[in-house]
Design a protein around this ligand. Structure first.
Ligand code: 6PG
Length: 436
């Protein structure tokens, strides 16, 4: 109150009881504490003081399954529980975040909608806030946002590493390259801040980098998306590789064991070759980024089917255009694509994105090949390209797994030329295939 009390009509409260008594009925409480036990503790402290028709809004990074559980439990007591994913960091908190609201439509339209529209970021006069769907849908879309954030950040980091190692660029030169990219189709908050970080990155004397390894990240919200993807068999491969890249960075013993082993060939590039390579990296980064965002929307589609949510993907892309960490110029086009085709299966089914990915084929493959030849780790780039080739393929090698599984476990296999499930006694050539 002493420092900020003059900035708005704040009403101080010393106890939970004072706090609740200071609120107009029906009461609305918003909490933003660490996901998990802390959130449950705050709910347990305040819920007994509330009456039917009151509302608790959780604006933290909660796991959507916890939000579904809490919403069910509090609904039984007549209390609205709303899980709202809030994205935007410190800037978002002050200038307007992107808000992904779950919970009942009634709770949203009564008061939350107008309030969140007011405090959220705005793009072209439109609020970056919307009702995503019931129960945990808002928090689910937020963890998908965070997982796409992981992929976007990892792809940018791999592009930086390739420019550093293969292009031999200094941090200041790379800052300029990212600033240039930010004027084009890669325009986004993460590209913009990367240029700023590179321009001010302290480079210790005689060292090639500033950053110590990313510490093992056992709390990160992006991993919840990967865990859910495994349950739903949603192949978010680029997002998963970005999440595992953080884990690999935090493995000092393994890295010490691998470090002496041979790697690729570091052939210096001339300035003109480095500039050409830089253009190829821009293409590869953009193509991989399209794949990562496409995987995020596929994840949302798969979850909506599994949990019975009816999610408007154009609205999701629309509120991600501003306020949030993954805000990017191309989200306008993603929104337009979903508006034009609400049942769009993939961004690559939209002609504009298909043309861009087609134009990027040669440079994209050249960059992934360069990384492999030089031994530069590029797991997210490689995963994005392999995901693309996997979904394009007429036949996939995974079909052979049926033979292996049938050999060791009699799990049967399917054929392309006949209906039914078959089993072969592989160790007994004299025994014929059987149609089981
Ligand atoms: C946002 C951010 C934020 C995130 C932190 C740390 O959208 O404002 O994604 O919500 O929680 O940046 O994220 P992790 O700890 O999950 O990496």
């Amino acid at each position: 109150m002493e420092e900020f009390g003059h900035e708005a009509g704040f009403v101080p409260a010393e106890t939970a009881r004072d706090f609740v008594d200071a609120l107009q009925r029906p009461r609305r409480l918003m909490i933003m504490v660490q996901a998990g036990a802390a959130t449950d503790a705050v709910i347990d402290e305040f819920a007994p003081l509330l009456e039917s028709g009151d509302m608790i809004v959780d604006g933290g990074n909660a796991h959507f399954a916890d939000t579904r559980r809490r919403e069910t439990a509090l609904r039984a007591r007549g209390i609205h529980f709303v899980g709202a994913g809030v994205s935007g960091g410190e800037e978002g908190a002050l200038d307007g975040p992107s808000i992904m609201v779950g919970g009942s439509k009634e709770a949203y339209s009564s008061v939350l909608g107008p309030m969140f529209d007011t405090i959220s970021a705005h793009v072209d006069g439109e609020a970056c806030s919307t009702h995503i769907g019931p129960d945990g849908a808002g928090h689910f879309v937020k963890i998908v946002h965070n997982s796409v954030e992981y992929a976007d950040m990892q792809l940018i980091a791999e592009a930086y590493d390739l420019l550093r190692q293969a292009g031999q660029y200094s941090p200041a030169e790379m800052a300029e390259i990212f600033r240039t990219w930010n004027k084009g189709r890669l325009n986004s908050y993460l590209i913009e801040i990367t240029a700023e970080v590179l321009s001010r990155m302290p480079t210790p004397a005689g060292r090639s980098s500033t950053w110590s390894p990313m510490p093992p990240d056992r709390r990160g919200t992006g991993r919840w998306t990967v865990q859910t993807a495994l349950e739903l068999a949603s192949p978010v491969t680029t997002i998963a590789q970005a999440t595992f890249a953080r884990a690999a960075s935090g493995q000092p013993a393994l890295r010490t064991a691998y470090r002496p082993l041979p790697g690729g060939m570091h052939i210096p590039k001339s300035r003109s070759e480095a500039e050409r390579f830089t253009s190829q990296v821009e293409q590869a980064l953009y193509a991989s980024k399209v794949i990562a965002y496409d995987q995020g929307f596929t994840m949302i589609q798969d979850a909506a089917l599994a949990y019975g949510w009816d999610i408007d993907f154009a609205a999701v892309a629309g509120i991600w255009r501003g306020g949030c960490i993954i805000r990017a110029a191309f989200l306008d086009r993603i929104r337009t694509a979903h508006q034009a085709a609400p049942d769009l299966v993939s961004l690559l089914a939209e002609p504009g994105f298909a043309e861009e990915i087609t134009a990027a084929q040669v440079p994209w493959r050249e960059v992934v090949a360069t990384a492999a030849r030089r031994g530069v780790p590029a797991p997210a780039f490689a995963a994005a390209l392999s995901y693309y080739d996997t979904l394009r393929a007429d036949r996939l090698p995974a079909a052979l797994l049926q033979g292996q599984r049938d050999y060791f476990g009699a799990h049967t296999y399917r054929r392309i030329d006949r209906q039914g499930a078959f089993h072969t006694h592989w160790a007994h050539p004299d025994r014929p295939e059987t149609d089981v």
